[in-house]
Design a protein around this ligand. Structure first.
Ligand code: NAD
Ligand code: IPM
Ligand code: MN
Length: 353
């Protein structure tokens, strides 16, 4: 199994280093895994002038899976849009056809008090956001900023084809089938035609899944329901931009954005695995970032791309055990618990494997 490792920018290299050490520990126990590192994002731009350089493209295409930290940072914010670090990330998602983004918001019981919501609202929370990742307003053309009638206007295009909706809907229904058989599809059909089509196609696909209960919800209500009563959801099916926003919101239900893992899959389960959070420039270089979302993303990689449920569970159980021991990075710390650094958290997970 070949893994392309892309540390990226900001806290990316710090958190990826810990996930790589966890994988190395499993390798010394017999997991057959090769890792090779390349650059993506701002750090790639700095050395090669491109946020998704050719060498990275080659390595990522040849690998069985990609493990990514995060990209972006204020030092690259003034760059022309095609050179921005985020374009590197969008580029690799599109290039590898990673249309299905799975973001499981799972609350470890030990973190019930780290959530900003009352423990009784979030305890036992286990929802899965299935987000479409290679379409929508993120990629729609035309787009731009130009002067019209003496003033600047900016515009983007929100667009989905029925085949794009159908394939992500199937991923959502299949996931619901392996869980609690409830799928809530999110749209804004009261205003946007694209999402009227979304609702129509999802409803058509549901005919093949009579065993899954389908509901529809407008995105503004969904944002509210996620903090009012999040446990009403099982699988949430969303387009690209709604899923981006709702998954950060769901992350906070789990205690911290530093806990939310993700898998971005193509049609054959080749995948890119990354935490749902960004490069956190405000805490980069301080050894305080939470590496658990990245470590849990590595577990998702073993499950989805390498079909190795046993190794995935070993990592997930190690994370549970470390939390049960009372170890906490700053973002999930509370009185009475032991505060640890990024690197110490990695050590603890490895010891618990
Ligand atoms: P962010 O997710 O980087 O940070 C938001 C807040 O959460 C910050 O206070 C940060 O310190 C905290 N945080 C994030 N991850 C954490 C972790 N593992 N442990 C502890 N705290 C953590 O979002 P932002 O500040 O809006 O964006 C910063 C940069 O990251 C931008 O350039 C943005 O484009 C980029 N970004 C990249 C990705 C990605 O690579 N997948 C995702 C989101 C944002
Ligand atoms: C994410 C990020 C990315 C997105 C950005 C950095 C392009 O926010 O992975 O959630 O919007 O998809
Ligand atoms: Mn996001």
């Amino acid at each position: 199994m070949k893994v392309c490792v892309l540390p990226g920018d900001g806290i990316g290299p710090e958190i990826v280093a810990e996930a790589v050490r966890v994988l190395e520990a499993l390798r010394s126990d017999g997991l057959a895994l090769e890792m090779e590192t390349a650059q993506l994002g701002g750090s790639a731009f700095d050395v090669s002038g491109s946020p998704y350089p050719e060498a990275t493209q080659k390595l990522a295409r040849a690998a069985d899976a990609v493990l990514l930290g995060a990209v972006g940072g204020p030092q690259w914010d003034a760059l022309p849009r095609p050179l921005r670090p985020e374009r590197g990330l969008l580029g690799i998602r599109k290039d590898l056809g990673l249309f299905a983004n799975l973001r499981p918001a799972l609350l470890f019981p030990e973190l019930a008090h780290a959530s900003s919501l009352k423990p009784e609202i979030v305890s036992g929370l286990d929802i899965l956001i299935v987000r479409e990742l290679t379409g929508d307003i993120y990629f729609g053309e035309p787009r731009g900023i130009e002067v019209r009638d003496g003033q600047r206007v900016g515009w983007n295009t929100m667009i989905y084809s029925e085949s794009e909706i159908r394939r992500i809907a199937k991923v959502g229904f299949d996931a619901a089938r392996r869980r609690n058989r409830r799928l809530c599809s999110i749209d804004k059909m009261n205003v946007l035609e694209t999402t009227q089509l979304w609702r129509d196609v999802v409803t058509e696909v549901s005919a093949d899944y009579p065993d899954v209960e389908l509901s529809h919800m407008l995105v503004d209500n969904a944002a509210m329901q996620l903090v009012r009563a999040p446990k009403q959801f099982d699988v949430l099916l969303t387009g690209n931009i709604f899923g981006d926003i709702l998954s950060d919101e769901a992350a906070m239900l789990t205690g911290s954005i530093g806990m939310l893992a993700s898998a971005s899959l193509d049609a054959n389960n080749k995948g890119l695995y990354e935490p749902s959070h960004g490069s956190a420039p405000d805490i980069a270089g301080k050894d305080i970032a939470n590496p658990l979302a990245t470590i849990l993303s590595a577990a998702m990689m073993l499950r989805y791309s390498f079909d190795n449920e046993e190794a995935a569970l070993r990592i997930e159980n190690a994370v549970k055990s470390v939390l049960a021991q009372g170890l906490r990075t700053a973002d999930i710390w509370e009185a009475g618990k032991r505060r640890v650094s990024t690197h110490e958290m990695g050590n603890a997970v490895i010891a618990a494997l």
